[in-house]
Write a protein that binds this ligand. Structure first.
Ligand code: URA
Length: 239
């Protein structure tokens, strides 16, 4: 037995919080009956309908790692008709990206229809490390590297501790390459972190997501995850 709001989130319909809202608003039916009580438990065979959609309670899961190219949007459907990350993956299953990479960012992106894993990975307090290689305009100073490590103010938050390494710099071109590992995932976090110190990001690649790296995947290529890799991702969420 599972709590209704958790089940709806786990089936990938929406977040648990949104599911709670839908339940309270009378948008959820279990075996044809409206359920408005949070915490109602459901059994595996129960038919759950949300906003008129019957959820597939029997589906199997698919997991992919994509090396996202530039010029592709991280969404399932773009209102401007641009190519999406989902268009790249050859599957009939309705998968969706876990989190976001900007239009001009490349690198590791997970796509799945496993709502439980997606929601765990996308939690704002996620502990799963994401490593980025960042090319910025300007020569990043040692004090600024230290500030990035300790946390900088972006909007109304101070970023958590990060691992930061200066990989190289080019005095002539006035650029630096920095490797940074964070576990939060605020919108445009990396660009905002550097911009808070006056550096413009000119290239951004996510090199690693938890246990997954881009080894053997060229930009635009993808591969299914192994069961072992999925289990490790789940275990990283619990640490
Ligand atoms: N941080 C950003 O600024 N952009 C991304 O695409 C990912 C992390």
């Amino acid at each position: 037995m599972e709590r209704l709001q958790k089940k709806i989130a786990n089936l990938g319909y929406c977040s648990r919080r949104k599911a709670e809202e839908l339940i309270i608003n009378g948008e959820v039916l279990v075996n044809g009956e409206v359920v408005t009580k949070l915490g109602t438990t459901v059994n595996p065979g129960d038919i759950i309908t949300v906003e008129g959609n019957i959820l597939d309670n029997t589906k199997s899961y698919e997991y992919y790692l994509l090396n996202k190219p530039k010029g592709v949007v991280t969404t399932t459907n773009d209102e401007k008709g641009r190519k999406t990350v989902v268009d790249i993956i050859d599957t009939k299953t309705r998968i969706y990206p876990v989190g976001r990479l900007d239009y001009d960012t490349t690198g590791a992106l997970i796509l799945t229809n496993d709502g439980k894993l997606a929601n765990l990975l996308m939690r704002p307090d996620s502990l799963v490390d994401k490593t980025y290689i960042v090319k910025v305009k300007g020569l990043v100073t040692i004090p600024d590297l230290q500030k990035l490590r300790k946390g900088v103010v972006i909007g109304d938050i101070t970023t958590k501790r990060a691992k930061v390494k200066l990989k190289s710099f080019d005095k002539k071109k006035n650029t630096s390459i920095v490797e940074i590992t964070i576990h939060e995932g605020k919108n445009h976090q990396i660009k905002k972190m550097f911009s808070s110190l006056g550096y413009e990001v000119i290239k951004l690649r996510r090199e690693k997501y938890g246990n997954l790296d881009l080894k053997s995947l060229l930009v635009g290529e993808y591969r299914p995850l192994s069961i072992k890799e999925v289990k490790i991702l789940y275990s990283l969420c619990k640490k």
